[in-house]
Design a protein around this ligand. Structure first.
Ligand code: AMP
Length: 433
């Protein structure tokens, strides 16, 4: 029989790694709470139309990367429906915002999510077919201030804080404005005209994009194309006064908060729904897939998918890439070493097994992490097993069970102490530091 393996582009995360994932998620939740964000969980699959409308038919994601299937009808009354595993979460959040009439509260909605997304991309380091995103959206009626440049700056400042608190140093914030829904088509026309005389000398991808989606030419990484791209008109020159003012205010607030950024004229992002502010945080440690996160403003998205006017701004961070970055940073390796549990209980003889479970229950209920050995093990084997997983070993023989005085050995110091059962939890907790 052939051995079954995880599907190409997907992976298992084993306990040695999930500790870091959990730490990242816990830090993100704490930071989001401090900025008054609440969690939203949307379904993993949605009606395909949501992504076609919300992400854009012309995008790489919708045109070639989605996992889409025709869902069978279970009864004659049911119709078949085209469903898609979500390739990103913003469209789902905005659909939920519309469906639950969150705009009618009159409040700004600050929502975050953590969960898997699916794209049929060519897998490589930092790029998977199932990957996890941590993202957030600020969305609401205009009267709640959803268009304010202060919201953009606050989201960016929050991201800078989150990356700092995760221990990711050396990030770069790249910032641009793609203008309003009217600026963008104007720029696309300018770009198309400027590409016409030169595109014949550019790569086949650019030749295709110049036809279908000229903005994507700005993403081209082919070295020979760079001089042509650098000479193309910049989107900044096509922005109307309102978009320029908005961007200037985002920059002024970031300057005041002391968040460093770089203007990147080529940052137009892959999704069609972006308006005005677009941004990316990159990190040198990631190699080719150097984007840690990306996002921007999407003032017309709600209307695109049939909702009321609800401007918003959001981002999605690649959790897989946060993990890769942290694994590469020395500081994490040190904290990761310290993942041992508090103690290992070694019953000295099978007769002590029930008493060992009782002691383990007592300590675990007091918040300690405990592994339980077996009385059939020889002492040497117990010590070896304990040393691998725990900071201390507790020996539980007949004497200990009767006297209530236990022998505890700390592996780091090699010190062996007699501890009264009532003091055991405090003793083990104190040795954590
Ligand atoms: P996007 O939704 O394309 O704006 O992507 C936002 C972030 O998600 C990127 O900056 C990456 O960190 C991450 N990301 C996107 N696609 C993938 C993928 N296939 N594998 C891993 N991470 C991804």
């Amino acid at each position: 029989m052939t051995t079954l393996k995880a599907v190409r582009g997907t992976r298992d995360l084993l306990p040695a790694e999930t500790g870091l994932w959990n730490r990242i998620e816990a830090t993100a939740r704490q930071v989001f709470a401090r900025y008054n964000f609440g969690e939203i969980r949307t379904p993993v699959f949605e009606d395909t139309t949501l992504f076609a409308r919300g992400v854009g038919e012309e995008t790489d994601i919708v045109s070639k990367e989605m996992y889409t299937w025709e869902d069978r009808a279970r009864a004659q009354s049911e119709k078949t429906q085209s469903l898609t595993l979500r390739p990103e979460n913003t469209a789902g959040v905005v659909r939920a915002y519309i469906e639950h009439k969150l705009g009618e509260t009159g409040q700004l909605q600050k929502l975050y999510y953590i969960g898997p997304q699916f794209r049929r991309e060519r897998p490589q380091r930092g790029r998977y077919r199932q990957f996890s995103q941590i993202g957030a959206e600020v969305i609401g009626p205009v009267s709640a201030g959803s268009e304010s440049p202060l919201r953009d700056a606050e989201v960016l400042e929050m991201l800078a804080t989150l990356l700092d608190e995760l221990g990711i140093s050396g990030w770069v914030l790249k910032l641009n404005s793609v203008g309003s829904a009217t600026d963008r088509p104007k720029y696309i026309e300018t770009l198309r005209a400027a590409l016409l005389p030169v595109v014949g000398q550019m790569c086949p991808d650019c030749q295709r994009r110049a036809e279908t989606n000229p903005l994507r030419v700005l993403d081209c990484k082919v070295a020979e194309d760079q001089p042509f791209i650098d000479a193309l008109p910049k989107i900044a020159d096509s922005l109307d006064q309102a978009s320029r003012d908005h961007f200037a205010q985002v920059c002024a607030a970031l300057d005041a908060a002391g968040v460093p950024y770089e203007r990147d004229h080529r940052l137009v992002r892959g999704l069609d729904y972006y308006t005005r502010t677009t941004f990316e945080f990159t990190h040198g440690g990631l190699g080719a897939q150097n984007a840690l996160l990306g996002g921007g403003r999407y003032d017309g998205l709600s209307e695109l998918i049939g909702g009321p006017k609800a401007p918003g701004i959001g981002f999605a961070m690649g959790e897989d890439r946060l993990v890769l970055t942290l694994q590469a940073l020395e500081s994490t390796k040190i904290t990761l070493l310290d993942t041992k549990i508090d103690a290992y209980i070694a019953p000295l003889g099978e007769a002590q097994n029930p008493a060992a479970l009782q002691l383990a229950r007592e300590l675990r209920r007091q918040g300690l992490s405990i592994e339980l050995g077996d009385g059939s093990f020889r002492l040497k084997k117990s010590f070896e097993a304990a040393d691998k997983v725990a900071r201390a070993i507790i020996l539980l023989g007949e004497d200990e069970a009767q006297s209530g005085i236990l022998t505890v050995k700390q592996f780091s110091s090699g010190m062996q102490t007699k501890v009264a059962r009532a003091d055991l939890a405090a003793h083990l907790t104190a040795s954590r530091i």
